[in-house]
Design a protein around this ligand. Sequence first.
Ligand code: ARG
Length: 460
Amino acid sequence: MANLWGGRFTEATDASAYKFNQSISFDSRMYREDIEGSIAHAGMLGRQGIISGEESRQIIQALEEIRSDIDEGRLAISEDAEDIHSFVESVLTERIGDAGKKLHTGRSRNDQVALDMKLYTRRQLIETDRELTGLQEVLLSIIENNTETYMPGFTHLQKAQPVTLAHHMGAYFEMFIRDRQRLADIKERMNTCPLGSGALAGTTYALDRDLTASQLDFGGGPTRNSMDSVSDRDYLIEFLSALSIIMMHLSRFCEEIIIWNSNEYRFIDIDDRYSTGSSIMPQKKNPDIAELVRGKTGRVYGALVSLLTTMKGIPLAYDKDMQEDKEVSFDAMDTVKDCIREFTGMMATAGFNKEVMEESAKKGFTNATDAADYLVKKGVPFRDAHSIVGRLVLKCVDKGIALDDLGLEEFRKESGVFDEDIYEAISMKTCVEKRLTKGAPGKAQMDEVIKFYKEYLEDR
Ligand code: ARG
């Protein structure tokens, strides 16, 4: 396939240099965006009288046919072309002759690729948001069913105070709310159209950039500076950064799921459909999906650092370095969507061992603070109460029992203030239900939050 730029050359590109230079092997996935941009450009050229109305119509019709031919497998994208832009233009010219050669009037591959990449990123951003919504829906159903599932809350991975499974899942729901806010912010900021910026300095043709911007659904209109337009990949860096944060959240979540799924914890049973076995140890059921999501976080961070580094030394305006934005970004975009989807499936099918969780909260003395608070409410200074309960905990540790298992006499040996009502005061139910400050796990409080989550998901 001929290059778009052969005229000035007397020799063909060295074969291996050609292979090194090409991008068709990875940018072909942007064919829809490329064609969409070309359709907008051709329509505008016709309206402005830069090409004739008939030529414009011919080009648009042929581009639409090329798109459906590729969509439906009638036209294969040939790797002989240098990039997707060259491929589409060469097929167009093959099919309609001279009119096809006019498509590139007033345009450069620099503004073309800037547009394609922006359109592609916007589509990926919307799809990622959709995956996150699906995950939030699954989390919300776990939350709704577990407002009275008591479990230990941890700090330092040591049992700390009792919470509920709903509250713990709610923490992740909040993270994903912020992730989606970040995506929405980026979508807003990237809402300007680079098409019509030319190679770097605009063009002498009377392009109507407002028209193409609105046709391509860029509410913010055309970009203001043509040099910036062809060399801006900020939106992509922001998107990779948002994807990295999503992966960081998923990875933390996976870490917990892996711990909870271990024999030592047994808080959760990952379904067979989302586990794998060992080739040698017959008893094994491994949380591979969660481990893979945790592991793939690294390559998404890698994409962010890669693009930041690629961009840091590039003089204005377009330089070929920028072609390196694609492979890492595409990999990160695919990876994150895959991870959210598999993680969602794993969570939707997992079983929670409610008794084990509650037992673990009790055995871990997560009600010790509440036992101290019980004394405080009866007039004991907090520091004294802390030390009294500390001694009781020590006694329990020696005996291998929970605070709730101590007889009343044992309590009274440390302080005469203890009475029958201590048992009620330190039951998991009481400890959690009384935590009613905003953001706390008490059921009444959590019910309010659930109402908010439901409305949130209805709106989005
Ligand atoms: N394949 C190129 C890229 O991805 C397209 C732009 C080429 N522009 C140029 N002046 N060589 O960046």
